[in-house]
Design a protein around this ligand. Structure first.
Ligand SMILES: C[S@@+](CC[C@H](N)C(=O)[O-])C[C@H]1O[C@@H](n2cnc3c(N)ncnc32)[C@H](O)[C@@H]1O
Length: 298
């Protein structure tokens, strides 16, 4: 078995149907066996609950902090190109949007935040499915150009708030009134997830609120690198690797942190979140997409 797929292999054994699997966890204590089965080596040394950021981070290479300013200064992402590509993107349209809508509906949320909204494409599509049960839609991004673009494209839609926020900012703070449900679709590919990031996300949620994190299985991206793949894979297995990828949407280079999913989960669990569900969907383009659902403790 390829080492980096141990978690997904384990969960596939739990429930696999129609190219999808899912596993539901009620609390961290239920998660523990998954972690120890999935990573039987020293990745997560024993601790009271088996998952601590400190324990995990001690084994990872020193982090390179990638601030949102760095991204927006060095990687101009033409928003109209991005938005056009989203419209044609099978991953977003066939998998991410239906799954997010299912999550939002099941959560019975009345307020939804798109955190790292980019051009706002996902919220526009979700808004089109909503028939009034959501009374507040909030779009947040660290890139002010993206916010301006998103606001313009949502022109005329009611119950919209647009706010600037950076989930890496050192003093976690609330940017708007708390929401019942937040989602981060591919946003965490652009930041190094740590306790600060998790705290900033937590601060946006009402007690018992839900956050869904959407991420690709980055192992596929690592393999697609070609020759340097073995070296990159070695770093990934230790915790994370920085890839200088070309954005398939815009043809430009952009920063991309491939982080082990266990590390991201650890950062959330070290806040007031518990992991309530993991879903993996295999897309027809050959990628796997993870949907991690966390709930904030009340
Ligand atoms: C890969 S894009 C995804 C955009 C959108 N969610 C989608 O799926 O089309 C990541 C987005 O996260 C935003 N972002 C990156 N770092 C951020 C940060 N520290 N705080 C808030 N947003 C951030 C970027 O500006 C960008 O719009």
């Amino acid at each position: 078995m390829r080492p980096a797929s141990r978690v997904s292999e384990f969960v596939r054994r739990i429930c696999r149907r129609d190219n999808q699997w899912s596993a539901t966890f009620d609390s961290v204590s239920v998660l523990e066996p998954v972690c120890s089965n999935a990573a039987p080596d020293r990745v997560f040394p024993s601790s009271p609950h088996g998952w601590t950021t400190d324990a995990a981070q001690a084994l990872f290479s020193p982090p390179r902090q990638l601030s949102a300013d760095y991204i927006s200064d060095t990687v101009p992402r033409p928003l109209h190109l991005w938005d056009q590509a989203c419209q044609a993107d099978p991953v977003r349209n066939e998998y991410v949007i239906p799954m997010l809508w299912q999550e939002i509906s099941e959560s019975k949320a009345s307020s939804v935040m798109d955190l790292g909204c980019g051009s706002g494409y996902l919220t526009r599509r979700l808004l089109a499915r909503s028939s009034g049960q959501i009374v507040r839609w909030v779009l947040v991004d660290s890139n002010r150009d993206a916010l301006a673009f998103a606001r313009e494209r949502l022109n005329g839609a009611s119950n919209i708030e647009v706010a600037h926020g950076d989930i890496t900012q050192p003093q976690p703070s609330r940017w708007v009134d708390p929401v019942d449900f937040a989602f981060l679709a591919f946003t965490l590919l652009e930041v190094q997830v740590d306790a600060t990031v998790a705290s900033n996300i937590e601060a946006q949620l009402a007690p018992s609120g839900t956050v869904v994190v959407v991420l690709p299985d980055v192992l596929t991206d690592i393999y697609q690198l070609g020759d340097p793949a073995v070296e990159a894979l070695g770093k990934y297995i230790k915790g994370q690797v920085f890839l200088d990828k070309i954005d398939k949407f815009t043809g430009r280079s952009y920063p991309f942190y491939a982080q082990r999913i266990e590390k991201i989960i650890s950062a959330f669990l070290d806040c007031s979140f518990f992991l309530s569900n993991i879903r993996q969907i295999e897309t027809r383009t050959g990628h796997s997409i993870y949907f991690l659902r966390f709930r904030r403790r009340s």
